[in-house]
Each structure stands twice: as structure tokens, then as C-alpha cells.
Design a binder for this molecule. Structure first.
Ligand SMILES: [Zn+2]
Length: 470
């Protein structure tokens, strides 16, 4: 499986190269692990080749996954996470530090990197370090040592950096180190006991509401802190991960317009799903809005097709209303969102087999991201080129100079180790517990057919994933 690609000849495909800003009919040849030839076709040779068939793109980069190792290997390991990533078309993933113990010192990062090397998978694992010791929010971790040990970013994800003064100091120190802070924006005083996004669905289901202000407030505050430390730490960079509300995205939009070094990502589930899914709807977010842009009533229009309270729909931040989901998609289209990151959060059956409000937060998403985005493409709400950029050049730019080795940075360039994904945009695959390589089967997409069947993932010149029928 993980051997060097001796010879791979993909003829008559749709090539997408976001580095070159080019897409169109073409052919590629990989020889001895090297992308040997990239040929763009035109005229009669190009006839019949479109973006709805075989697609070749650089390997995807996920800024935000939970690999659960060390400490919770029942939910996922580095190796199973790499396998899941490869099945999703990702050749690089960034592991969040909320493991047990937290990645707050170099030895924990070393364990993650050693597990990635030992797995035999060519999928690149990059690790984020914790901002504070034990993610406890009391004092800063040894940020410089973690950066030296290979931390590509820093986060207390799972929750926010607990105080404004720590956030300010972290922005200062990380600014000097040239590493971004990945902030999970949540005001815990507003979300204590919260279960579902505040709104009609939560009210009808009797779930405690999760206000949007719990995200907007910390986003505004982090931006204000960044603005203030920037003169003293010109390398400071604030990355807001899994932004889920229109108001927070507006704050990011304004900060970017003001020239601040702010970036953000949105998840496939926050742009593709809505809080209706907690009630049992499964239509895409863009199908849940009426002509005036207001959320439709799933009880009135027969949209409820699954049991309510599925804990696979419990995530943090929660699935939002259709207007917020539409804002996530719009932010992706207009570039306010630099990247799509999956927040892949595998959990054991036991941790999800609980009352809705007590179940673990998160869904297993690294394998279904492409399918959700291609569904938005098929519905005319997103271009294929933008979707690919949000999975490659967008996240690569967020990481900056610490990346620079894989397809997401280089594009489809000849003479370098092949790092690419080949998928059939016109073919579907069935999302089932068996078809997911992740140990985490906690996906509300189980039982559904998604477009964009991944046929091959080649990482660093080696096979990372091969469809049985490819
Ligand atoms: Zn988070």
C-alpha cells in the first residue's frame, strides 16, 4: 500500500492546480514517485473532459484534526487517522494537542511524530502544541521549545485560551516565534450546559440554547488583542478555527479589510449541515433556506427523515441555523475563510451513546469533507477550484513557512515527489461504518451516498490510499 509509485499514468482527467491558478483537461504521469509530466490538453484532445468526472488535484492539507494519541487510542490512533486522511484525499494533517497528556511539552510531540513515522503511512502528520500547560489556562507552555520540536501552530482547542491576558501574552510570544495561534473561540460562561444552537430547533427539542454571542465576543476580543500587540510582535498571527456564525465571520472580514494578520477556517459540517439535523433533517444547509433567505420550518415541510437527538450531530461549536451556515459558505466563496478544516473528531461508541447533552462533542469528518464540498459545487454554490484551494493553498498559507513540502504548497509541478489526489467527481460512495477508515463512526452522514469518490491518494511519492476498484 505505502510503496513508491513506480508508474502511474492518468490520462484524460480534469486537472486543478491552485498554485498556478489553472484548471482544465490534462494528463499526468508519475514515475518512481516523482510527478514526471503534467500535460494540459486543448482542442480535440480535450473534448469530453470536464470537472464532473475524473479530477486530479494536489493532496489536501487539513489544519485541524484530532488523532487521539496519546491517551485515547480507542477513539483513534495516529495510524488510523492517517488512513482516514488518505481516504479523504488528505496528504497532510495537523493534529490538535488536546491529547492525554496534552501536547504541552516536546516529548508529547515526539510521541506523535514517532507514531506517524512508525505507521508506514506516507500521510504527513504535523502537530500543534498547547498554548498553556495542560491546556489548563493558568500559565503558558514552553512555546519556544515546542516550536523547536516541530509545533506548526498553537492551540488549547477543545476549548479556548481561558483568559484574555494569556491570549495577549501568547500572541506576543508566538509572534516572535513566527507561529500562528489557532483559537477555538468560545465564552464558556455563555455555553455552560448548552446543547444546541440557540433558536427554534433547540426550543422545540427542549435543548439548552448555545448563543452566537459565545463565539462573536471572543473573536472580537482576540482581534482587539492582536491589534494591540502587533507593533511589538510583527510576526503575530491569529487563526480562528471552526468559525460558525455570520457575526463572527463579519468581524474577521472587517479585520482583514483593516490589514490585520487574521485568518480563519470553516468546517464542512458548519457550511453543509444545520441545527435541523439535530431534529432529524438531513437536507443540505443550502436547501434549508427559503427564497427570502430565512430558515425553513423542517416540521412544516416534511424535512425530518431521521431520529431526533442523534449524538452524531453534537459538535462544538454547535450546528447553526441555515443563515449562519450560508454565511460560512459565503465566507468560503469570498475568501474571508482562508481554508476548510474538518475538525475531525472521532469518538468511541460509548462516548456518543449518551443523552444528547452529555455526549462527547465532535464528528468524524476527514473522510467526508470532499463529498460535502462537492455537494455544494454540484448545487452551484461553490466552484471546484475554490473548493480545492480551500483544501490546499489556503491552509498552506495559514501555516506559512513551516510547511512547504507537499502538494498543497507546490501544486501540480513536475520534477517533485508526487503529492496528489485523484477522485471521480461523478461517482458516489456510500458512507458506512465499514467504509470509514477512521475508528470514529460518529457521522450523521452514515447511510448516505456522497459524490467525489477518492480513487487514489499519493503522498510524498507513495501510495497512501487506493480504491479497491481503481
Ligand atoms: Zn475546537
Amino acid at each position: 500500500m505505502a510503496g513508491t509509485v513506480e508508474l502511474l499514468d492518468i490520462s484524460r482527467a480534469w486537472l486543478v492546480d491552485p498554485v498556478a491558478g489553472r484548471e482544465g483537461p490534462g494528463e499526468i504521469v508519475v514515475r518512481d514517485g516523482i510527478l514526471d509530466a503534467v500535460t494540459w490538453l486543448d482542442g480535440a484532445d480535450a473534448e469530453g473532459i470536464g470537472p464532473d468526472g475524473l479530477v486530479v488535484a494536489p493532496g489536501f492539507l487539513d489544519l485541524h484534526v484530532h488523532l487521539r494519541e496519546p491517551g485515547n487510542e480507542d477513539a483513534e490512533t495516529v495510524a488510523t487517522g492517517q488512513a482516514a486522511a488518505a481516504h479523504g484525499g488528505f496528504t497532510s494533517v495537523c493534529a490538535m494537542p488536546n491529547t492525554t497528556p496534552a501536547a504541552d511539552e516536546p516529548s508529547v510531540l515526539a510521541r506523535v511524530y514517532a507514531a506517524a513515522a512508525a505507521s508506514g503511512s506516507p500521510v504527513e502528520v504535523l502537530a500543534h502544541g498547547a498554548v498553556t500547560v495542560g491546556r489548563a489556562g493558568e500559565r503558558l507552555a514552553a512555546l519556544g521549545e515546542l516550536a523547536d520540536a516541530g509545533a506548526v501552530g498553537f492551540s488549547d482547542d477543545g476549548g479556548p485560551v481561558k483568559s484574555a491576558v494569556l491570549m495577549r501574552n501568547a500572541l506576543l510570544y508566538l509572534g516572535m516565534l513566527g507561529r500562528p495561534i489557532f483559537e477555538h473561540s468560545e465564552d464558556p460562561s455563555l455555553t455552560a450546559g448548552a446543547e444546541a444552537s440557540e433558536g427554534v430547533v433547540a426550543s422545540v427539542l427542549g435543548l439548552k440554547g448555545w448563543p452566537t454571542a459565545a463565539e462573536v465576543g471572543p473573536v472580537e476580543r482576540a482581534i482587539a488583542l492582536l491589534r494591540e500587540v502587533l507593533p511589538d510582535a510583527l510576526g503575530a498571527r491569529l487563526h480562528l478555527t471552526h468559525v460558525s456564525t455570520a457575526a463572527a465571520l463579519d468581524a474577521v472580514r472587517r479585520a482583514k479589510a483593516a490589514g490585520l494578520p487574521v485568518t480563519c477556517d470553516v468546517t464542512p459540517h458548519h457550511l453543509g449541515f444545520t441545527d435541523e439535523w439535530v431534529a432529524g433533517a438531513r437536507r443540505w444547509a443550502w436547501e434549508a433556506l427559503d427564497a427570502d433567505g430565512a430558515a425553513r420550518d423542517p416540521w412544516a415541510d416534511g424535512a425530518l427523515v431521521a431520529h431526533p437527538y442523534s449524538t452524531a450531530c453534537r459538535v462544538n461549536p454547535p450546528l447553526r441555523g441555515a443563515a449562519d451556515a450560508a454565511a460560512c459558505l459565503a465566507a468560503l466563496v469570498d475568501g474571508t475563510a482562508d481554508a476548510v478544516a474538518t475538525d475531525h473528531a472521532p469518538h468511541t461508541h460509548v462516548d456518543k451513546e449518551a443523552e444528547f447533552g452529555l455526549a462527547a462533542n465532535g464528528l468524524s469528518g476527514v473522510e467526508t469533507a470532499l463529498g460535502v464540498l462537492l455537494s455544494a459545487v454540484a448545487a452551484g454554490h461553490l466552484t471546484l477550484a475554490r473548493a480545492v484551494a480551500a483544501l490546499t493553498t489556503g491552509p498552506a498559507a495559514v501555516l506559512g513557512s513551516v510547511a512547504g513540502r507537499r502538494g498543497a504548497d507546490r501544486g501540480l509541478v513536475e520534477g517533485q515527489p508526487a503529492d496528489l489526489v485523484v477522485f471521480d467527481a461523478g461517482a458516489t460512495w456510500d458512507v458506512t461504518a465499514a467504509s470509514l477508515a477512521s475508528k470514529g463512526k460518529n457521522s450523521p452522514l452514515l447511510g448516505r451516498a456522497l459524490p467525489g469518490r477518492v480513487l487514489l491518494t499519493v503522498a510524498g511519492g507513495r501510495f497512501a490510499y487506493r480504491d479497491a476498484e481503481a
